[in-house]
Structures are given as structure tokens and as C-alpha cells.
Design a protein around this ligand. Structure first.
Ligand SMILES: Cc1ncc(COP(=O)(O)O)c(C=O)c1O
Length: 363
């Protein structure tokens, strides 16, 4: 068995990101010999009795973990969440209609840009004026809007919706790429959820879409076959060759999550990690935290140090202590610590101890 390198002990990457050790082990065994078939997972046909149960189990686990009702369909599609920025309005918005979007940062704005290619967009709430350091509170949605789109967690800005607009009066659509399955939500109240797998759910290359089938089929345009959700539903998410290995890694990660006690259990762990991290951050004056406290993300914490020399020094000692992924996104700078499902509280403890030690020396 080839061992994973152990020099990096704590992976705070924003995505692709840390996955459970058990998943790496099982996936690497399956690359050599999948389910004792003598074949690699990379060389089996997607319509074979070897792979079909993988797709079935992955879809069933999503249904179970999210407690979905029978109106909601589970799909694994290609193209990442970025494709959904376009596929959502293509399937749900007519040219002469309007969709409501909230403007909460980099990712929400990319979704707005694509929606404008298909119809009108109303900004139902925005945090642009405070540089996206909060989540808009008083959103206003025109009742005739085709849907309301939110980004439940802004991976770069470090904000997260904690009070979800379930009662917005129109179909609710959410980009959950960076907080999917990290906390209990009333998933059935969403009409469409999408998420790239590469943060909380598995390897890059596949995209989860959960869609209420009753909202489909209402647009009066021709949708290319591969982009029409209804075709994927009809074909059991096997309209064409799925991302076989990526779906397999998602299935393993969801099994791991279920064995841990599901979303209820992981939410407790995520709350404990976020509490430890933010309490430490707030207690150390050398670090600054730009995001409004009530809107802080439990997945991606962003913070800064005013002094560029100290910033570099902090990054260096993080690296020396086996930590990766602490540097903030290139568009905003500073630091970002991603605390996805598979990151252990021990990793957060090591980081917060290091922050305390650093602050003692430089506070
Ligand atoms: C919230 C959010 N939406 C969308 C995306 C884009 O995902 P992808 O790279 O899979 O297209 C990302 C990527 O990090 C993200 O964080």
C-alpha cells in the first residue's frame, strides 16, 4: 500500500480540499482493483453492473442525508458549479421574465452575470456597499420573479447565510458549493440546489444538482439535450458518460458522512471548529476580522494582519508547522482558513495554538 505523504499535516485548502483519510485509502485501492473485480475503477464501463450500484448508492445517500422528498431529484453532472450559473437560467428563465438574485460576493456575481444572458435580473439584496463583508438582511423579491438565487456560502469573502430566505414567495435556488452537507437545512424548501463536489463532498469533476421536478418544463425555448435537467432525470443521471471516478469518490465520502452520524453529527463538529477558531481570532489583536460577526462563514474564515512583513512571517511559520492553504484568495489577500467537513478539530487546535504563540511574540 502506498502511503499518503505525511509532511503536510493540516490542509486548510479552499477546494479541492481535505477529504477523509479512509476515502483516500479506499479510492486508491479501487484504482488498482475495484471490488475484487480485477479491474481498476478507471477502466470499467459506466453502464456495467460494477458501476451502476455506485451511481445508485451515491444518489440514494444524497437523498437520505438531505432527507429529500419525492419531488426532488438527485443528479451528478459535469462542468462544475460554473456550468450551473448558466444551466439554471437556461432551464428556469424566459427571455421576457425576471429572476431575483442576491449579490453577496465573487460567486454570486458570477451567477448574476450568466443569468443576464437569458433574461432580466433583479438584485433582491446586496452587500456590495460594505465590500461584501455581510449578508443582506432585508431582501425584497418581486412576486413574479421566476426564482430567487442565493449563494449560501461565499467561499472567497467568508460570509454565510444563517437565516435562509425560505419564505421568499418564489422558487428558491442555491449555490451550496462550499457548505453543502455541512449543516442541517430544510433542503426540501429549495427548488434547486447545486454544488461542485470538490469541497465537502469529494473530488473535483462532478457537480451535485438537487432539483424539484415540478419547476421544470416551464420555459418556452429549446434547451440543448445535455443541458436540459429533464433529460438527465429521465436517464437516471446517466445521459452520457458520468464522471465515474469523481462520482465514486463522492459515494465514499457520503458513506463516511453517514457512518459519522450524518449532517446532524457533522454540524456539531463544524460548530465546534468554527467556535474555537473565531474565539481565538477575536481574542488576538494582531489579527483583524473583516466580516460582520453574525454573517461569518463556518466553512471559510477570512482574516488579515495589517503589517505585510508580519503577514509573510505568519504564512512561513504556518508552512513550517505543516499547514497548507492559509493564504487568502488572490483577489482579496490576507488569510483564509477553510474548515470543511473532513478537517479535524485537532487541525484547528494546532492552528489556533500557533496563532496565540505568534500573537504573544508580535502583539
Ligand atoms: C460558492 C462557489 N460557487 C461556484 C464555484 C465554482 O465552482 P467550479 O470551479 O466547480 O465551477 C466555487 C468554486 O470555488 C464556489 O466556491
Amino acid at each position: 500500500m502506498i502511503e499518503k505523504a505525511t509532511t503536510v499535516l493540516h490542509n486548510f485548502n479552499a477546494g479541492p480540499s481535505v477529504l477523509p483519510k479512509e476515502v483516500f485509502e479506499e479510492a486508491s485501492r479501487s484504482i488498482i482493483n475495484f471490488n475484487n473485480s480485477g479491474l481498476s475503477i478507471l477502466e470499467i464501463g459506466h453502464r456495467t453492473p460494477l458501476f451502476q450500484p455506485v451511481m445508485d448508492e451515491a444518489r440514494a445517500l444524497v437523498r437520505e442525508l438531505m432527507r429529500l422528498d419525492n419531488n426532488h431529484e438527485v443528479l451528478f453532472l459535469h462542468g462544475g458549479a460554473t456550468t450551473q450559473f448558466m444551466q439554471v437560467p437556461m432551464n428556469l428563465l424566459n427571455e421576457n421574465e425576471m429572476a431575483a438574485y442576491t449579490e453577496t460576493g465573487v460567486w454570486a456575481n458570477k451567477a448574476v452575470k450568466e443569468a443576464k444572458l437569458f433574461g432580466h435580473v433583479e438584485i433582491a439584496g446586496s452587500s456590495k456597499e460594505n465590500n461584501y463583508t455581510s449578508i443582506p438582511k432585508n431582501i425584497s423579491v418581486t412576486p413574479t420573479a421566476a426564482y430567487l438565487h442565493i449563494t449560501t456560502n461565499e467561499t472567497i469573502g467568508g460570509t454565510q447565510w444563517h437565516n435562509l430566505p425560505y419564505n421568499c414567495g418564489v422558487p428558491l435556488v442555491a449555490d451550496m458549493s462550499s457548505d453543502i452537507l455541512s449543516r442541517q437545512l430544510d433542503f426540501n424548501k429549495f427548488d434547486l440546489i447545486y454544488a461542485g463536489a470538490q469541497k465537502n463532498m469529494g473530488a473535483a469533476g462532478v457537480n451535485l444538482v438537487v432539483v424539484n421536478k415540478n419547476i421544470l418544463g416551464k420555459v418556452n425555448k429549446v434547451i440543448p439535450t445535455i443541458l436540459d435537467y429533464r433529460n438527465h432525470i429521465k436517464e437516471g443521471s446517466m445521459l452520457n458518460t458520468p464522471a465515474v471516478f469523481a462520482v465514486y469518490v463522492v459515494m465514499l465520502t457520503l458513506r463516511w458522512l453517514k457512518n459519522k452520524g450524518g449532517v446532524v453529527a457533522i454540524e456539531k463538529e463544524n460548530n465546534a471548529k468554527a467556535k474555537l477558531f473565531y474565539e481565538t481570532l477575536d481574542s488576538l489583536s494582531v489579527f483583524k476580522a473583516p466580516v460582520e460577526k453574525e454573517d461569518r462563514s463556518k466553512m471559510n474564515a477570512v482574516f488579515t494582519i495589517d503589517n505585510p512583513t508580519l503577514e509573510t512571517e505568519f504564512l512561513t511559520i504556518c508552512k513550517e508547522n505543516g499547514m497548507v492553504g492559509i493564504k487568502g484568495h488572490r483577489s482579496v489577500g490576507g488569510f483564509r482558513v477553510s474548515m470543511y467537513n473532513a478537517l479535524t478539530i485537532e487541525s484547528v487546535k494546532v492552528l489556533t495554538d500557533l496563532m496565540c504563540h505568534f500573537a504573544q511574540q508580535h502583539g
